[in-house]
Design a protein around this ligand. Structure first.
Ligand code: KG4
Ligand code: ZN
Length: 336
């Protein structure tokens, strides 16, 4: 059986990334160019600015990925690319580049679901990981509870009804006067705060559904801050951060554990930018321990957007016979 070399491209949001992988698990290069400094002054990602920046960076990022992997275009067997969900203009840059390369090299093109990519990051970090498992995907744009039945069959069981988990972290951070993206800063502040100082709501926790909701929790934090300001009370932002984080993570962890028990999963896989959160990790490890469920995370660099995870997903899709045509189009609102 021949080794498969994948060139993968990810441009769904504000990271321009290109990676080279062997057989979906072994990363030869994973070049990530973040635009975060450019978007920070706007307090969030500006789609048009992101597209233009992707165009500027794309060619040199691809060349860098080949160079770091010590290969040339000739060595590539398949080209993987994010087809959605994401920003339409940003996705178009990646898809156009991937099509051009696949066409010129006469190799298969594999369009990949970005969320599936986040899950597949775990196949890179954990070489022995195999489906089935229960998975929580928590990023700035998505909150999905998933049952992975095979390498290509990801069953969507629950989702957020409003804000994504990372979005809630970022919005609460902003209300505390922290810069974008605030998730990591909330995480850091929480270490110094008391998570039981304020009893914020745990939305949907008791509900008989696997869906999430974070906008009520976000509003509760805003109301708390406004009330304290009006009363002239001093606000301990570490305590607000820690109490918010505890509320958000408790719902995420409990629902994931509940699904794992229902489906008799021995493994829970966490993915996406918020998977880097220490409070979430600790709560998962503690609960997993109690229930005898193994908890797995991607390495930190593979939690946030990157092309290596897209390359892994592309490889497993290719092996499953899922190959795209050259009329592949972007799907900004693609579901799992
Ligand atoms: O997966 P990702 O890079 O992009 C999307 O596909 O959305 O996730 C970015 C999100 C941001 O909302 C960021 O604030 C959040 O992940 N994030 C964190 C942490 N690190 C990143 N949230 C909480 N704690 C962290 N340590
Ligand atoms: Zn992402």
């Amino acid at each position: 059986k021949k080794d498969i070399m994948t060139l993968a491209i990810e441009t769904s949001c504000d990271e321009t990334s290109c990676a080279v992988l062997k057989n979906g698990r072994e990363v030869f290069s994973n070049v990530i160019s973040s635009q975060i400094e450019i978007h920070r002054k706007f307090g969030g990602v500006v789609p048009e600015v992101a597209s233009r920046k992707h165009i500027e960076s794309m060619n040199s990022i691809i060349q860098q990925a080949l160079d770091e992997a010590n290969i040339t275009f000739k060595d590539i067997d398949i080209v993987g690319v994010t087809r959605g969900p994401g920003l339409v203009g940003a996705l178009l840059v990646g898809i156009s580049s991937a099509k051009a390369i696949a066409y010129a090299l006469d190799v298969p093109l594999v369009g990949v679901n970005h969320i599936e990519g986040h899950i597949c990051a775990n196949y890179i970090t954990h070489k022995d990981l195999e489906p089935p498992f229960t998975c929580l995907v928590v990023s700035g744009g998505h909150t999905y509870l998933v049952q992975a039945n095979s390498y290509t069959d990801y069953e969507l069981v629950g989702r957020t009804r409003d804000d994504a988990a990372g979005e809630a972290f970022d919005k609460v951070a902003r209300s505390l006067g922290l810069p974008y993206p605030g998730g990591p800063l909330i995480d850091k502040l929480s270490l110094e705060g008391n998570s039981q100082a304020i009893n914020f709501p745990r939305p949907c926790l008791e509900e008989d559904s696997y869906d999430f909701s974070f906008s009520g929790l976000k509003t509760a934090v805003l109301n708390y801050l406004n009330h304290a300001k009006q009363m002239g009370e001093e606000i301990a932002i570490e305590d607000v951060a820690a109490s918010f984080q505890a509320a958000a993570t408790e719902v995420l962890v409990e629902k994931t554990i509940r699904l794992a028990i229902e489906r008799k999963s021995k493994t829970i896989v966490v993915a996406g930018g918020v998977a880097a959160n220490k409070g979430l990790r600790n709560m998962f490890l503690e609960r997993g321990n109690k229930e005898g469920i193994d908890i797995k995370y991607p390495s930190t660099i593979l939690c946030t957007d990157n092309a290596a995870m897209i390359g892994s997903a592309a490889y497993f899709n290719y092996m499953g016979g899922y190959i795209s045509n050259f009329d592949l189009n972007v799907e900004p609102n693609l579901e799992l």
